[in-house]
Ligand binder design. Structure first.
Ligand code: GUN
Ligand code: ZN
Length: 444
């Protein structure tokens, strides 16, 4: 048995705060103890009380920092580590000009292994402990991601993209091969350790109807797997999709017809929706995923979180690296705040931090395991430092409430504000940062 007792300020959510004054939606403690035992949270509460339960446990004192559940990123592309920050294009040109050529490199398992390490290091230094990842079309890319996540005991969800048209040679599977490779990866990785497989038809443009039918059959055969794809991100994408599927009532109808919609479905972007599509999202329980840095970077449009929430639809929030421009969920919340401001929907910091933790866990149906600091859940923890930079420290001198502190983190924070990250109870930040420095030493 290994035990560690963390001491610090603590914030954990019980539900989405209805507003700034909804104090019952969360627990905030000034001097908390968090007892970690064998990768799980064994106890949490006032430090003096928790310390009595484990008098011999080594104490790690994080005061004055703030302990929170590890961040969850519900949409990110593992093979786009070296695509991030590619200039000038909107979605379809960006895919053809930058992204597909880069994803071709993942035919090489050595490249997959190196990028998997780099990818998980970037998540870790940014305080993200679980991600839902698109891999490349190559089974080896998913293999590398799950193998590396297993080595680190990270809770990781992901899947190889299924794509059998409108992509270059070397980046297409066939309906049968996409099915077989995905089924083999499910057999090997789904439910093994902390891994979960996500059935991943990339989007309607890169899948024939035959392939989407196979994806639907795979989902029916494996109801415990999540499903992820893209929906209504960009107007040119929507027009081309309508040409490819003339019989569909709208974009979402394509996925609906092939049995791909349900509470385990994650739909990246979902910006330009018609009323019928919103009805179908509400009826099926599928989850849109808001990717603010990506939507601004590619000029895709403004995600209407408030409108969807009013219809009972719960959305995830995610980085979408490499169209997204930062691995940081803090920066994602920052840009998300601005996208929602443009629509008169100011994102309160308590809602923002709920969203990046328990909210995303709920979207994944995993809130009983991750996303909170509740006893019995997995010990994935992010420790936040609101004075990480001088600019933040200056601003923090004038902050007197928790909400103000959170908003400084949301607007000004990035990887520097992550003081420590625990993955299944093990501190990981220094190792991840060290590995990144070895890969890329700073110039003398
Ligand atoms: N639509 C289909 N593939 C992608 C992708 O890789 N990134 C984004 N942002 N949208 C997509
Ligand atoms: Zn995406």
């Amino acid at each position: 048995m290994t035990e560690t007792l963390l001491r610090g300020r603590l914030l954990t959510f019980h539900r989405d705060p209805a507003g700034p004054d909804d104090a019952e939606a969360y627990t905030y403690l000034e001097d908390a103890g968090l007892l970690l035992r064998d990768g799980r949270i064994a106890a949490s509460g006032a430090f003096a009380d928790v310390a009595l339960q484990a008098p011999h446990a080594p104490v790690v004192d994080h005061r004055p920092h703030l302990m929170m559940a590890g961040f969850i990123d519900t949409h990110i592309h593992f093979p786009q580590v070296q695509v991030i920050a590619s200039w000038g294009a909107q979605l379809l040109d960006w895919l053809n000009g930058y992204t597909f050529p880069e994803e071709l490199r993942f035919a090489d398992p050595d490249h997959c292994a190196r990028m998997a390490q780099a990818f998980l290091d970037q998540l870790t230094v940014n305080g993200t402990t679980t991600a839902v990842a698109f891999c490349s079309v190559h089974a080896a890319s998913a293999e590398a991601l799950f193998a590396e996540a297993t080595r680190r005991d990270m809770r990781m969800l992901g899947g190889k993209v299924m794509m059998d048209r409108n992509a270059p040679d070397g980046l297409r599977d066939t309906p049968q091969q996409g099915y077989d490779d995905s089924a083999a990866l499910i057999a090997r990785w789904h439910g093994r350790g902390r891994n979960g497989y996500v059935i991943t038809p990339r989007f309607a443009i890169t899948s024939t109807p035959d392939q989407l039918e196979m994806a639907g059959a795979l989902a029916a055969a494996h109801p415990g797997c999540h499903i992820q794809t893209h929906l209504s991100e960009n107007l040119a994408e929507i027009a081309y999709t309508a040409e490819l599927y003339p019989e569909a009532r709208d974009y979402l109808d394509i996925y609906e017809r092939f049995g791909l919609l349900g509470p385990r479905t994650l739909l990246g972007h979902a910006i330009h929706l018609r009323p019928r599509e919103i009805d179908a999202l509400a009826a099926t329980g599928a989850h849109p995923v808001f990717c603010p840095t990506s939507n601004l970077f590619l000029g895709s449009g403004l995600f209407d979180e408030g409108g969807l929430r009013a219809r009972g639809i719960t959305s995830g929030i995610a980085t979408d690296v490499g169209a997204g421009t930062s691995y940081s969920m803090l920066q994602t919340l920052n840009e998300g705040y601005k996208v929602l401001q443009l629509q008169g929907q100011p994102l309160h910091p308590l809602r923002a931090f709920h969203w990046a933790t328990r909210g995303n866990a709920e979207v994944l149906g995993l809130a009983d395991r991750i996303g909170t600091l509740d006893p019995g859940t997995e010990a994935d923890i992010t420790v936040l430092n609101v004075r990480a930079t001088e600019a933040m420290a200056l601003r923090a001198e004038r902050a007197s409430t928790l909400a103000e502190e959170l908003f400084i983190l949301q607007m000004m924070g990035d990887d520097r504000a992550i003081a420590e990250v625990y993955v299944a109870g093990t501190p990981r930040k220094a190792a991840a940062r060290g590995a990144a420095r070895i890969r890329h030493p700073e110039p003398a």
